[in-house]
Ligand binder design. Sequence first.
Ligand SMILES: NC(=O)c1ccc[n+]([C@@H]2O[C@H](COP(=O)([O-])OP(=O)(O)OC[C@H]3O[C@@H](n4cnc5c(N)ncnc54)[C@H](O)[C@@H]3O)[C@@H](O)[C@H]2O)c1
Length: 357
Amino acid sequence: MKNIRVRLGRRSYNIRIGTGLLTQVGPMLKEMGCAGKAVIITDPTVKKLYGRSLKQSLTASGFKVALLEVPEGEEQKSLETAGRLYNELTKFYAERTTPILALGGGVIGDLAGFVAATYLRGVPLVQIPTTLLAQGDSSIGGKVAVNHGLLKNKIGAFYHPRLTISDISTLKTLSPRELSDGLAEIIKHGVILDGEFFSYLEENLDKIKSLDDQVLERVISRSAKIKAGVVEKDELDLGLRNILNYGHTVGHAIESVSELKVWHGEAVAIGMLAEARISNRLGILTEDEVARIKNLIAQAGLPTELPSLELEKLIQAMKHDKKILQGKLKFALPKSIGEAFITDEVSPSLIEKALVE
Ligand SMILES: NC(=O)c1ccc[n+]([C@@H]2O[C@H](COP(=O)([O-])OP(=O)(O)OC[C@H]3O[C@@H](n4cnc5c(N)ncnc54)[C@H](O)[C@@H]3O)[C@@H](O)[C@H]2O)c1
């Protein structure tokens, strides 16, 4: 098992990464000083696969457990669903000290995290991510949120977990498309901050796809450590954290114009390639580096071509996105593989060219 310490002063916490960890959650919680009640929030698929073993681990450690289920899907990241969960927590007499365990992918992590941040002005949160996207990226950084109208992920808080437990064994039940989708943010971490990690991914992609435990543990740990390092320096997203938006200016637009038919990681993959081309056209990233990024994305089973979406709608969607700085679109672009920078000096015609190239 690997342990990563996220250093945030009083809010510091550990991320544990390894195989078979679900059965050890009860003792880990007791070690943290939790006792009495615990609440698991999950979705039907994850509940069926892992709900029982998590619940057993907790009851064996003396916890009285409520297992709350929300239907699957991004639309559950809503104030309505949060309201329903508050009711259930009240019925269970959950207290300020009752931990909420978010068991699932990024949707459950964001939603249960938001509920934990707000119920009784905050109860302990334990993230137990079960998708590659959540283990390598979304469960780290403390951003918890629901959507509201056009405000995607904007009703939320910075609320860090007391502990994150990434059980790699849970990844075995993901579909190949879900696994590939989760690889996008991991590749992004290599491109923007760690060239050696990028090379490691190039060399070990087959082992990742065949779910080799050792390689997965290393990849998830490295990805988590890279993100944690950025979050430690810019917890409230006021500067450095912007580089994590590489691939996202274009990616978010694709996600929203496709009405979520293109998944988050897939959209980010297409976005990373388009934004790598923008950097190349600005005379910064070399052709060779663009080719390496493209190859790794393709090898990961992610798309490299823009799906048939109206270019004009994409540009409009980018303009509505949060990454606008005094009317100009803001991009996080790779300088080389392993280094990134922020710029608002990208002309609309260059964006269009990069999208259709
Ligand atoms: N907070 C952040 O910093 C951050 C960062 C990136 C993305 N996100 C959010 O993450 C969400 C996407 O997360 P996601 O891709 O994990 O999607 P998801 O949570 O919707 O999970 C995808 C599907 O996989 C299923 N699933 C989960 N674990 C499984 C397992 N082990 N085996 C089989 N099936 C499993 C789920 O039931 C669901 O149907 C979005 O809402 C996005 O906004 C948040």
